[in-house]
Ligand binder design. Structure first.
Ligand code: F6P
Length: 362
C-alpha cells in the first residue's frame, strides 16, 4: 500500500471531518502513505478531469477540521452510479468511470464514509473494480447495521434535545401542544433517544403503529395531571394511522418534510381542543460543531479503518460494539436500514416514563 483514497458519501453530518483527519494522520504518520481526498463522493472519481486533493497533516495545523461540521471533501446525493440520472430523465450506468478513475489515480485502497445506502452502492462499485474498500459508518439516523453508533447521531440528538428544551419553555407559557418533527426516514432512533432526553410526552416512530386516540388520551392525561402543555416528537418517516404518507408540496418538488407533523397538529387540535404548533428541525440536525462523542467515534473509526487497510482486511466496516471499536463484514451491513427494536430497552424506558410510543404489542 502506498496511496489511499477517502471519500464521504450520502447526506452529511457532524463528525465527517474528524474521520477524514484521523484517516490522514494515521495513514501518513504510522504508514507513510499518501492520502487523496476524493471530492463530492463518487463524483470525484467519475468526472474527468478527476476531482481530488492530496491531504496532508499540515492542513490540520491551523484551524483544525476536527471541530468543523460538514465535510471538507463535499458530498452529493446524486443517486446510484449504476443507474446515474441524466439531464433528460433517463438513467445510465457510470460505474466503469468510477473504477477507471480509481485506477488512474493509482490508488491501492479506498476508505468510504457513508450510511447504509452509500455503503451498499460503494461495495458494488468496489466489487466490480476489484477495489479494496473499508467502510466507516456515518448517519444522523443511526440506522446502519453492525454498529451500535454511527458518526453524526450524537450531535444530531443533542440538537433535538436542545430544541425540546427550548420548545418546553414556550409551550408552558402558551399552554400549547408542540409537535417537533425530526429526521429519520426509515427508523426512529433519533426520535426515541432525544424524545426521552428532552422530556417528550408522545414519541411516534415508523417502527410502531399508533392511533390518534392514543395520542389524544396521553395529552388529556397530562392535562388532568395539572400540566397545560405537552411535547410530541415525530420521526419524518411516520405515516398517518391509515398508512398514508402525509406530504406538503414545496417548490422544486420537495415533499419529504412537513407532512406528518402538520397532519398531527390539525388532528390533535381538533381532538383535544388544545392549541398546537409545529416545528420541523430538518437539516439543522445535520450541521454544527460535532459533539465530543462524535469526535471520539470518528477519530477511533478513522484510525481503525487505516489499520484494516494496512492489514489488507478489505470488504469490512469499522463499528462500535460493546464499549469498543471492532470491524464487521460489509455483507452483514448492506441489508437495508437498521430499525429500532420496538421491544428494546429504550422503548421500554420511554413507556416506563409514561410516554406514549404507539400501541403496545401492535
Ligand atoms: O439519511 C439521513 C437523512 O438525514 C434523513 O433522515 C433525511 O430524510 C435525509 O437525510 C435528507 O437528506 P437530503 O435532504 O440531503 O436529501
Amino acid at each position: 500500500i502506498r496511496r489511499i483514497g477517502v471519500l464521504t458519501s450520502g447526506g452529511d453530518c457532524a463528525g465527517l471531518n474528524a474521520v477524514i483527519r484521523a484517516v490522514t494522520h494515521r495513514a501518513r504518520r504510522a504508514y507513510g502513505w499518501k492520502v487523496f481526498g476524493i471530492l463530492d463522493g463518487t463524483m470525484g472519481l467519475m468526472d474527468r478531469p478527476l476531482r481530488y486533493r492530496e491531504l496532508d497533516s499540515e492542513m490540520f495545523s491551523g484551524f483544525d477540521i476536527l471541530r468543523a461540521g460538514g465535510t471538507v471533501l463535499g458530498t452529493v446525493n446524486k443517486g446510484d452510479p449504476f443507474a446515474f440520472p441524466m439531464a433528460d430523465g433517463s438513467k445510465t450506468d457510470r460505474s466503469l468511470d468510477f473504477v477507471d478513475g480509481f485506477h488512474s489515480l493509482e490508488l491501492d485502497a479506498l476508505v468510504v464514509v457513508g450510511g447504509d445506502g452509500s455503503m451498499r452502492i460503494l461495495k458494488k462499485l468496489c466489487d466490480k473494480g476489484s477495489i479494496g474498500m473499508v467502510g466507516v459508518p456515518k448517519t444522523i439516523d443511526n440506522d446502519v447495521h453492525g454498529t451500535e453508533y454511527a458518526v453524526g447521531f450524537s450531535t444530531a440528538t443533542n440538537v433535538v434535545t436542545e430544541a425540546l428544551d427550548r420548545l418546553q419553555a414556550t409551550a408552558a407559557s402558551h399552554h400549547r401542544v408542540m409537535i417537533l418533527e425530526v429526521m429519520g426516514r426509515d427508523a426512529g432512533h433519533i426520535a426515541v433517544s432525544a424524545g426521552i432526553a428532552g422530556g417528550a410526552d408522545v414519541i411516534l416512530i415508523p417502527e410502531i403503529p399508533y392511533t390518534l386516540e392514543g395520542v389524544a388520551k396521553r395529552i388529556r392525561e397530562v392535562q388532568q395531571e395539572g400540566r397545560s402543555h405537552a411535547l410530541i416528537v415525530v420521526a419524518e418517516g411516520v405515516l398517518t394511522p391509515e398508512g398514508e404518507r402525509a406530504t406538503v408540496a414545496y417548490a422544486g418538488g420537495q415533499t419529504r418534510y412537513g407532512g406528518i407533523s402538520q397532519y398531527l397538529s390539525d388532528r390533535i387540535a381538533q381532538d383535544t381542543g388544545t392549541e398546537t404548533r409545529v416545528t420541523i428541525l430538518g437539516h439543522v440536525q445535520r450541521g454544527g460543531i460535532p459533539s465530543m462523542r462524535d469526535r471520539l467515534l470518528a477519530s477511533a473509526f478513522g484510525v481503525h479503518a487505516v489499520d484494516l487497510v494496512a492489514a489488507r482486511k478489505f470488504g469490512r466496516m469499522v463499528a462500535w460494539q460493546d464499549r469498543g471499536v471492532v470491524d464487521v463484514p460489509l455483507e452483514e451491513v448492506c441489508i437495508g436500514p437498521r430499525s429500532l427494536d420496538p421491544n428494546g430497552t429504550l422503548v421500554h424506558a420511554a413507556r416506563g416514563l409514561g410516554i406514549y410510543v404507539g400501541e403496545i404489542g401492535a
